[in-house]
Write a protein that binds this ligand. Structure first.
Ligand SMILES: Nc1ncnc2c1ncn2[C@@H]1O[C@H](COP(=O)(O)OP(=O)(O)OP(=O)(O)O)[C@@H](O)[C@H]1O
Length: 637
């Protein structure tokens, strides 16, 4: 029997754990290195991806944005504003359409808009607000980029005046848009703490999505209410620029008061400090902005600095920030408003020949003559018109006798158009003034007469234009590119015609400034007309029409519905009257008299009773308009 074989004894094996330790150690080291590398890689590449899980604003890669816009191809350009161009961008991963705004190099407006947008981007959250969702910059090309949600139907301005979108020809849609804008402002004024004052409410800042739902965009000039109340310092007599308080406004005492004209705010005094200096950062603009945008501490510093100094009031041209700057921006504005074609509508009825109105002594007189330009369709003024001397005669006798001789030949040619104008039913909004003693008139204007500040202000604006146009022929001639080629409004401090009179005159900035702008916008929306329409080419023969004056006149005549855009279909007269009445309330001279946006929303939505026309716009004789409740029944007019 074979003996049982035992396996040979193996040498003793080292215990397993003695091998495992170094292996697992090296694996864990390798793993942690890998983790570290991944973390570093993510950190490094974070710039290149969109952070979608955090609150905006997100940092976008500049090259990704460039690719998404086909290298900022002109074919992708959606529009152009005071600070740069906006392009349609299409991101592939994640698939998303964007609006990409590239700020112009070296544009101060661009810088402050960039910073302002970013500071508001994370704070605003409403269905009625377009806020910036991201930013980027290219240090090489010194470019700053803001990214917004794409609003497929562009701006209200574009839809209403350039593209004439058929959707906006329905009254229902216009009314909805009015309510949406009002709700957007209500959100800013009443739901944000502190309240946000938009500061630049106008049709080009109202954007329409695919379904023509309106949202308020462009927070480049927005500000927090508390900042304004605490920080704005109005310094009388600061015209010489000695005042170091950056952003403060200096104006001539003789011109102070609520009825100040644009001539007076043309003298705004601004200090020489750049925003960079105010921020205490000395780097070049894009880097500064980049630093501000990327670092929370820097962002905080910006916010603090914003509250310290209202620096964005500074005009772009530094030391030259006086009348020239305002003049230029007004001229740029009017350049966009000038149309080469003659107006089809009768609401603009007068023309003017050119004249030299540069002398100081003639500036005040120019207002009178400007009244002559403002002609409106108004049956009630037939009799008044008959009493007047022909405008041509008045022109000749009072102001331009010499010029008349020189231009006799030219004016013969113009005679035809002047006669046309005289045949139309001229309306002189300040007709009573033509017979007023000059001294009285001067005194009255100084004493802030209750006469419409709106007219006064707009007429003053035109006087400014009149003087300016000689020096800025290009922009004034209407040769400037339009519709996507040129800023609708260089909004250094708000926008001409939409800006509240007290704001332009250095008064306290409040939500009521937005309410005023909303009132103008509402009139524009209902009438389908610009607030100040200037027509004619060359500029020497331009015409103008003042929507606000027209509305006021129609209100007094009890013919408010004449204001409504004739091309609107299926008009709800009751709603139209409601809108116009609210607009009239909003454009009242005294900010305190204007309703709040909460009240406006209440009135528009029917939750509050319909308002009565303000006294200053009520029909005369003073039998008050029986403006019945919108809820209760039809409005009789
Ligand atoms: N989010 C957006 N979606 C679609 N189009 C846009 C968007 N933002 C701007 N646009 C288009 O670009 C145009 C220019 O906008 P931007 O805000 O730069 O200038 P603006 O408001 O016209 O003028 P300013 O900057 O002087 O106030 C707008 O009028 C609009 O047509």
């Amino acid at each position: 029997m074979p003996s049982r074989q035992f396996p040979p004894q193996l040498p003793p094996q080292p215990p397993h754990h003695s091998l495992l330790l170094p292996i697992s150690g090296s694996i864990s080291v390798a793993f942690s290195i890998l983790l570290l590398l991944t973390f570093c890689f993510r950190k490094l590449t974070k710039k290149r991806t969109v952070v979608s899980d955090s609150k905006p604003p997100h940092r976008f890669s500049y090259s990704a944005l460039r690719r998404s816009t086909s290298s900022f191809s002109p074919s992708r350009r959606l529009g152009h504003g005071g600070s740069g161009s906006v392009y349609r961008g299409t991101l592939k991963n994640p698939s998303k359409d964007l609006a990409v705004k590239v700020m112009d190099v070296g544009s101060l407006q661009g810088e402050r808009e960039y910073q302002n947008e970013l500071s508001f981007a994370g704070k605003l959250d409403s269905d009625y607000i377009v806020s910036a969702i991201g930013f980027s910059s290219d240090q090489k090309r010194r470019r700053m980029v803001l990214v917004y949600e794409l609003m497929s139907n562009g701006s209200l301005q574009d839809c209403l005046f350039h593209r004439k979108c058929s959707e906006l020809m329905e009254w229902k849609k216009r009314f909805e848009i009015a309510i949406e804008i009002a709700k957007g402002l209500e959100y800013l004024h009443h739901d944000c703490d502190p309240a946000v004052i938009h500061g630049d409410v106008k049709p080009s800042n109202i954007l329409l999505d695919l379904n023509f739902n309106a949202k308020i965009g462009d927070f480049g000039l927005a500000r927090l209410k508390s900042e304004e109340q605490c920080e704005i310092a109005v310094v009388n007599g600061g015209l010489d620029g000695r005042d170091e308080d950056n952003g403060s406004i200096g104006f001539d005492e003789s011109n102070s008061g609520p009825n100040q004209s644009p001539e007076s705010f043309a003298r705004l005094s601004v200090s020489e400090k750049s925003p960079e200096m105010v921020l205490g950062v000395e780097t070049s603009p894009p880097e500064t902005v980049e630093a501000v945008a990327s670092s929370p501490r820097a962002a905080l510093a910006v916010e603090k600095s914003l509250s310290r100094k209202d620096w964005w009031w500074k005009q772009d041209s530094g030391s030259g920030a006086e009348s020239g700057v305002v003049k230029d921006y007004v001229m740029e504005w009017i350049g966009n408003e000038i149309k080469k074609e003659r107006p089809k509508s009768e609401w603009i009825g007068a023309s003017s020949s050119s004249g030299q109105i540069g002398k100081k002594s003639e500036r005040k007189k120019s207002r009178k003559r400007l009244d002559w330009w403002t002609t409106m369709d108004d049956d009630n003024n037939k009799k008044k018109k008959e009493k007047r001397r022909p405008a041509r005669e008045w022109w000749k006798e009072e102001y331009c006798e010499e010029l008349e001789k020189k231009k006799k030949k030219k004016q013969k040619q113009e005679q035809g158009s002047i006669n046309d104008a005289n045949n139309s039913e001229n309306w002189w909004p300040m007709e009573d003034e033509l017979n007023v003693d000059r001294k009285k008139k001067k005194k009255r204007s100084r004493n802030s007469s209750p006469r419409s500040s709106v007219d006064w202000w707009l007429d003053g604006l035109s006087a400014e234009l009149w003087r300016a146009r000689r020096n800025s022929h290009d922009s004034a001639s209407g040769e400037m590119a339009k519709s996507g080629g040129c800023s609708s409004t260089p909004s250094t401090r708000g926008t001409v015609c939409y800006i509240a009179p007290e704001y332009g005159c250095g008064g306290e900035i409040s939500e009521k400034c937005d309410v005023y702008s909303f009132g103008v916008l509402l009139l524009v929306l209902v009438s389908g007309r610009r607030p100040l329409q200037v027509t004619g080419s060359p500029i020497s023969e331009f015409k103008r029409a003042n929507l606000l004056s027209w509305a006021r006149n129609l209100a007094r005549a009890g013919k408010l519905l004449d204001l409504v855009d004739q091309s609107i279909q299926i008009l709800d007269k009751k709603q139209a009257l409601l809108c116009i009445t609210i607009a009239m309330l909003c454009i009242q001279k005294l900010p305190a008299c204007r309703p709040s946006m909460k009240e406006v929303v209440g009135m528009l939505s029917g939750e509050l009773d319909s308002p009565q026309l303000p006294v200053e716009f009520s029909p005369s004789p003073p039998s008050r308009v029986p403006f019945k409740s919108y809820k209760k029944g039809p409005v009789s007019f």
